[in-house]
Write a protein that binds this ligand. Structure first.
Ligand code: ADP
Ligand code: MG
Length: 699
């Protein structure tokens, strides 16, 4: 018998080579692989007779093997077999499968799944011996993502072995087994609900623990202040939701009990400036602030933005390899540092340190009074393992090392989550909601553009970009920017990804299309539009070059990947074109669309899609008609069928794998169930889970 902790290398079917692959991806124990759940199912449960086989349709039938033989054609191995049942015969054919003829036995009965072609042959069929519990045919067959480089069939066999040999004493394990090898569609739904409930219970438990711990913390630096200081360099008036949030945050900062607050607001609602005001206040009181962004691009962007809005703060941009300057001695700057220090600040002035997670490794040196996490989808969990001085987590790289000071924590997120639900699950957090958009913000017009109108839409973009009669969105930067987003960097040869737009191809095409032709309006001197390319695999210097050009208005059209999805603020961006839009989840689309019209100009979002799937079309239509992130999340939940079980992670709305923030019913049930659990109850899911890079909780 196996247990959840059985090391994967001891499991039947996992040899040293496969184990190496698995362990590289963080799969070490049985539980890790067990939680690698199928993405979808192929319904092969209906069994037909040979005489009823239809062409080009995935069918399953049971038949006896009459003969099998192999031969070579153009140095290619081919194997053909003849199968027979009481209604007729059919031919099977395999290419380059040396093992097939050895593994099948003439006279035995098999189950076969495949598609009949117009020559009455089934090529590359799935075949297995007919027995009571088939795993590849005659049932709902699990299909897994290709993250692990292993054949679907082998993975299924390994998981089948695991699930039948596993010592099982819990409903949760039953549910997981059902998700791998479901008895029916209903059992998938029931199992998924079971896991969703368990997941919420785990979150509540974690939250309660943190709350309990936090209560005893009295180690924050209280920030004394009278009135919020809003510098006159901020070129707009704060919305009342922003003002309220500022007040709530500042009031928390006055306490010795460290703040643990989340600032929630839809994309474009103006969270950055709120965080900036809090940071300035803390800095004015003589403490540094750490600002953690999810990507380098966003960190760089915040550095630029905050510099403009808060010119009095000294900012330091930290990137991956930067070394922190020694506290005493020569203050030589490592070249990876970028600082706004203009020698006007005293050497030990408090600073705002901005960077990616690299910042967290430097917390013991920075000793921040406040940590700000931007664009987090995980609430209250990450802080614990990284920022907060929790439990006996003494070797944590977090603030624990400083012993004396626990920083206040502010987490910012665009996760669409209703207020009441947030409070139900995360009792340890306080929440500020920015539920109002800055005045004058226009709703981005969203269109699904059919392929035949592509050229026409490009003509329209060109006209929009060179139209100088319209009001400039930014007085210092009168240009307009269009973004073209593609799901991939490189063109893909993978069968499933053919025809999906890649940045490289699109960049070439866009350059050809936009920079060569003269534009229609001849009066303008912008007859050539400048095209830029930005993606995550470019060298950092190149990325920076492009970003700087963007700020200077030297790029008219940026071809990019979803790298611009998270948080990036390009005020002159007015048009976003999303290629292969069906490949993006609703949350990603919403984030992407949130990149345009941010300075109050009319924004446009053009969606292209080659997909014929009716669900994909429906989703895009809904997206084009709805602008509210919370409503989109609700639609996303409704659209989820039993087919795709990882709705939320794929759509990217949150940290949840099974549950959904908008599922009021389930969240209420979780809260009620939680009250009935014994204190000793242990959640099945570790939070953060095994494959997270964050450290496990010390408890
Ligand atoms: P998000 O909440 O998505 O992080 P940002 O903080 O990046 O949004 O703000 C989006 C844009 O709106 C920025 O260009 C910012 O300068 C602008 N902005 C923020 N608050 C206001 C406001 N009260 N009035 C006008 N513009 C604002
Ligand atoms: Mg933001």
């Amino acid at each position: 018998m196996y247990s959840l902790n059985t090391p994967l290398e001891t499991i039947k079917g996992i040899g040293p080579k496969l184990f190496e692959k698995l362990s590289k991806q963080g799969f070490l124990k049985l539980k890790d692989l067990l939680l690698f759940l199928p993405l979808r199912y192929s319904d092969r449960s209906e069994i037909v007779k040979i005489s009823n086989l239809e062409q080009d349709k995935l069918i399953t039938f049971k038949a006896q093997l009459k003969s099998i033989s192999g031969f070579y054609k153009n140095r290619r191995r081919m194997d053909t077999a003849v199968m027979e049942d009481d209604t007729g015969k059919v031919k099977l054919m395999w290419f380059n499968n040396k093992f097939i003829s050895k593994s099948l036995i003439v006279g035995k009965t098999y189950m076969i799944s495949g598609k009949l072609n117009n020559r009455d042959t089934i090529t590359q069929p799935t075949i297995e011996l007919d027995k009571a519990d088939t795993i590849h045919t005659g049932r709902l067959v699990p299909l897994y993502s290709s993250t692990i480089d292993i054949q679907q069939g082998s993975l299924r066999r390994i998981l089948r072995n695991i699930t039948t040999q596993l010592e099982n004493n819990s409903k949760i394990i039953d549910a997981i087994v059902q998700l791998h090898f479901p008895d029916s569609e209903e059992s998938i739904i029931t199992a998924r609900e079971q896991l969703a409930l368990e997941e919420l219970l785990s979150l509540i438990k974690t939250s309660e623990k943190i709350k309990e711990h936090w209560k005893h913390l009295k180690s924050a630096e209280a920030i004394s202040l009278s009135e919020p200081q809003i510098p006159n360099t901020i070129p707009f008036k704060l919305t009342s939701a922003q003002q309220r949030s500022v007040k709530e945050i500042l009031s928390d900062l006055q306490s010795f009990i460290p703040m643990n607050r989340v600032l929630i607001g839809d994309v474009g609602s103006g969270k950055t400036v709120v965080a900036g005001i809090a940071a300035q206040q803390v800095i004015n009181c003589g403490h540094s602030v750490a600002f953690v962004a999810p990507t380098k691009i966003l960190a760089t962007q915040h550095y630029e933005t905050l510099q403009k809005l808060f010119p009095k703060i000294e900012l330091v941009l930290l990137t991956g390899k930067s070394k922190l300057v020694k506290k005493s001695g020569s203050r030589q700057k490592s070249e990876k540092w970028q600082s706004t220090n203009k020698k006007t600040n005293p050497p030990d002035a408090s600073k705002l340190y901005i960077g990616t997670h690299a910042v967290i490794n430097k917390l013991d040196k920075i000793k921040p009074g406040l940590i700000i996490y931007d664009e987090q989808h995980r609430f209250g969990v990450k802080q614990r393992s990284t920022g907060g001085n929790i439990g006996n987590d003494s070797n944590s790289s977090g603030i624990a090392a400083t012993k004396t000071l626990t920083p206040h924590t502010l987490t910012m997120s665009a996760t669409p989550i209703p207020r009441s639900l947030m409070l139900t699950i995360f009792s340890h957090l306080k929440v500020s909601f920015i539920d109002e958009m800055p005045a004058g913000r226009k709703i981005t017009k969203t269109w699904i553009v059919p392929e035949e109108k592509r050229e026409a839409s490009y003509e329209w973009i060109k006209k929009e970009l060179v139209d100088e009669s319209s009001e400039p969105v930014d007085s210092s930067n009168p240009s307009k920017l269009a973004l073209i987003v593609c799901p991939f960097i490189d063109p893909s040869n993978h069968e499933a990804f053919e025809n999906i737009a890649s940045t490289k191809e699109t960049y070439e095409k866009t350059k050809k299309y936009f920079s060569n032709k003269k534009t229609m309006s001849t009066s303008t001197n912008k007859s050539k539009l400048k095209i830029g390319l930005l993606h995550g695999r470019m060298k950092k210097e190149e990325q920076n070059k492009i970003i700087n050009k963007l700020y200077q208005g030297k790029i008219d059209i940026l071809v990019t990947t979803p790298i611009v999805e998270v948080g990036v603020d390009l005020p002159t961006a007015s048009i976003i074109v999303i290629q292969s839009a069906d490949r993006f989840g609703m949350a990603s689309l919403h984030q992407l669309r949130g990149r345009v019209g941010r300075a109050g100009q009319q924004g446009y979002c053009l969606l292209f899609s080659e997909s014929n799937s009716s669900l994909a079309k429906k989703r895009l239509k809904q997206f084009s008609q709805e602008n509210n992130g919370l409503k989109l999340a609700e639609l996303d939940l409704k659209n989820r069928g039993s087919g795709d079980i990882f709705g939320t992670t794929q759509s990217g709305f949150s940290q949840l794998k099974f549950a959904s923030w908008t599922n009021l019913e389930l969240i209420t049930k979780a809260k009620q169930t939680y009250e009935t659990l014994p204190k000793s109850w242990k959640p099945f899911f570790d939070i953060p889970n095994a494959k997270d890079k964050t450290k496990p909780l010390a408890n």
